[in-house]
Design a protein. Sequence first.
Length: 503
Amino acid sequence: MRPRGGSGAPPSLRAFFLLLLLAVPQAHAETVKVGSKRFTESYILGEVLAQTAHGEHKPGLGSTGIVFSALKAGSIDLYPEYTGTIAKEILKLQGDPDLEELNRALAPQGFGVAVRLGFNNSYALAMREERAQALGIRTLSDLARHPGLKLGLSQEFIGRADGWPGLKAAYKLPYGTPSGLDHGLAYEAIAAGRIDVIDIYSTDAKIERYKLRLLEDDRKFFPRYHAVLLYRLDVPKRFPDAWRALQKLEGRIDERQMIRMNAAAELEGKSFAEAAALLDSDADSQKATPRKFLDTLFGPDFWRLTGQHLLLVFVSLAASIALGVPLGVAAAKLPRAAQLILGAVGVIQTIPSLALFAFLIALIGTIGTPPALIALFLYALLPIVRNTHAGLTGISTGMRQAAMALGLPPRERLRLIEVPLALPSILAGIKTSAVINVGTATIAAFIGAGGYGERIASGLALNDNVTLLAGAIPAAALALLLQGAFELGERRFGWMARARGRL
């Protein structure tokens, strides 16, 4: 009979949820939570909003779908968005609706649009000036006469209703859907002549630097993309002081100022926070100052990011061990269940990480550490389960018969003989999961979980190799340290070392 008040959950699951609760930071005084997407301008606007409202910025959360999911879940309270994106991508509206129409459509979902920041950042396609001039291309319609051009379009633009699918249909463009290319990397590719056409934002700082020609939207396909705040309707009541401060941003940022702030981050080596601070500064643009690698690597955020990364790796790994080893034992002892167990953990491994993150955000209603831990926990199961199963099933018949001859019950044979014999295989699976988790944890930065991936995401947005490497190298070093620690532990404390000690 189950004891009164006892839990029916397996110990491994109870351990996982206990670790999850311990990993979630304790609540402090509530402040406005500002989100942003993973491109330079959104990072900067997120900093502007957070600085203005004295709130918390959760940067680089990915594409529109992920950031809007975070808003719906209440993980963020508002984020900078564009009217054209709201109309076409979120609400699927026709035409070019104004703020009043957008608010009527958003109100039933509990959201609103307010505070037009003062600039329009439209999508556009661009080519190198010399290339466009040589081919006589001035408008988007002209592209139809040149089917051999190479396109380099961003992943989000390819998938948006107001992006490539609609544009291709409107202009009857003779191109297949190209492979996605990160927005920051596209500028380097077109400058090197590897591609001919890229999608850009009209306030990008690199347009003039790379001498690009913006192709005229002669059929007026793209709607207006006025920068606004997309917010939860309860924000003005919950944060009245912050909301009054945010309203003062109405019309404060014109196109020239936005290009200036983008240039500060992309061309002058300033951080996103420093670029955002230029809104209230009269300082002229400064000459580019290359970031120094060691200064960036051991910058003021190093220990914060290290702590976040370690938490993500070790908490998820501990939970995976707690559940993965019993599942591997079950697969070895219950042949009928083996394919189901191994198949299930194998299928989980095939789910793209960002898709899993988006699903978990919607499922548990938050972004940041909790969904990242659950995703990493699930990804770490496969090596542990498979190696545990392989180690137990690989024990020779002779060893099994010898164990049975001792007269031990099945549970004791498993604990005292079979698991120790399978231990090298089990530890190899745990080591593999640990190393994989270090790399996979970098993607968790795209949902606000921090870690070294925060630098990698920023480096990609800025096309800044120094910042990117300052995130990638510590992650690689951590993976090597973990692998070395496991191997050292196996040599000093493993069953082979103990066996040699008895000889």
